[in-house]
Design a protein around this ligand. Sequence first.
Ligand code: ZN
Length: 661
Amino acid sequence: MQTEEKFAYQDEQFADIQMLRYRVDGFECLTPARKALVYYLSEAALSGRDILWDQNGKYNLSIRRTLETIYTDYPGDRDTDDFKAFVVYQKRVWFSNGIHHHYGCGKFKPGFSEAFFRQALEQVPPEKLPLAEGQTARELCEMLAPVIFDPSVMPKRVNQADGEDLIRTSACHYYGEGLTQAEAEAFYACQKAQGDPRRPVMYGMNSLLVKNQDGRLEEKTWKADGMYGPAIRRIVYWLEKAAAVAETPQQAAVLRKLIEFYHTGDLHTFDEYTILWVQETGSIVDFTNGFTETYGDPLGLKASWEGYANFKDAEATARTEKLSANAQWFEDHSPVDGRFKKTVCKGVSAKVIKAAILGGDLYPASAIGINLPNSNWVRAEYGSKSVTIGNLTDAYNKAARGNGFQKEFVVDEATQELLDRYQDECDDLHTDLHECLGHGSGRLLPGVDPDALKAYGATIEEARADLFGLYYLPDPKLTELGLTPDGEAYKAEYYGYMMNGLLTQLVRIEPGKDIEEAHMRNRALIARWAFEQGKADRVAEMTVHDGKTYVRINDYGKLRGLFGQLLREIQRIKSEGDYEAARNLVERYAIKIDPALHSEVLARYRALHLSPYKGFINPVYTPVYDAQGRIEDVEVSYGEAYDAQMLRYSRDYATLPYQNE
Ligand code: ZN
């Protein structure tokens, strides 16, 4: 027996941030060995946290410790405006892994006074402050106050302004004091000139570049016995445990090669590791752990540390496999002209995964799709791994539903109930139909140029895949395959699709602008075309109450007929390469926006005060050991609060000194 834990996708909101929770459903079905593997990889992913904080700015670890001491130990009044503003600042710094905005890179402006900060530092226990040998709380304050409060000190984490010295004007900690951009560029140009031009390593990826006492440039490499050594040794400790319970010998070899790289810091070893990693596709559990993306370095060389563990989404994979296995049936029964159908049809399977833990530069803000490695020659010769993180997408979708957005835009109670009941399931299914069957269906007539539709090609192709899914959602075949619960479910997706295409996707567009992005154009095209063609029969309507516009659907059955009709036409356009017809459809339905409707929708959206940035609170994994000290199970729980999680990570995964060089 299990008790259903009360689970809310949305957690607290502060500044421009909304915290979300994600679920790892399916984890409980993994074998004990795989659970142990996920657990060890999760520990490895959390163990590098301090590295990222230091990379984001050399005072960040000191500041984190100082702020957290005030957060937990400040004895004064916590009801003042200063203290409340301090809490917001603390939460923002946690979120960004430093004092600069995670996305915009600008330094946060504290909402509390410097006087409050100074007196708070005097009042907390000094032994809890990050004091250097012989340093007093007041001296610490003198060091940190300008970094926190003076807007001219370290104003940007990454400066990209053309014409400025990007190293000297960026606060990120990838280059030492007194180094210029020109010197760093010359240093790496020289390294490149000496290396293999056809298979270049990731020069400079894993080191701090400094000027030593003789004025010469020198790399401080991030490795087990080098810079960030204590953190890296802890990561290696967990990776070794993971290697011992790896699913396959290939996966164990991947982990051992990564450990070797962490020991040597040798970039050739890193390439060998990525080649092994990209070729290892047979396991359920997978991971990323290491110096990975270079967005945080203005020169694009130094890689920030990130780590995550994931496992294949068995349910999503079962769904996509069912569709792929029946690809020919769907092709044969589509409303498309027989001349444009494939005679032999093979479905494509997209790999959907569930993130089990997010760490380093993937926490708390995370990507929802990841494609690695970044080495161009490794990609060209060995390919890459592309994943969609299904449980994060799911958390985003769920959050979008509980935040007042639908209450504002959905036409009535009955429709809202329909959405609540079916939309999640149907959304996923529509995506699967789109990816696994839609894009793979149909064929070009012999001699037709695949690029014949030119700039309209992407919109037409997305519309084709979306329509294939929309057309099949109501089909009894899907209920027969166990993919839809009943013949009503599709209506939720139809309503959501029409509301989005006609109305709500406009919230993402600035006033006066056109619709540009191909997926957005495709949705506008389908929804507006169906709306117009169904006008005589009143298939769908735009109704206005109290100055607010809503979409109402009167006849779902006829709407399916319209989607089928448009699919037939769009496939003809694609198969024949009919550029004129593509242009007419896209220009007429997919680009322009009615300015009055647009400003109405934007005003309604603004009034909801939704946060533009989102991040995730991790689940908590607790291993259960047997008498021999081996992991026999791992339990998952979701209840940890944002601040509690951050404080726990700072306590349990503190690996580095406050100052690193
Ligand atoms: Zn697509």
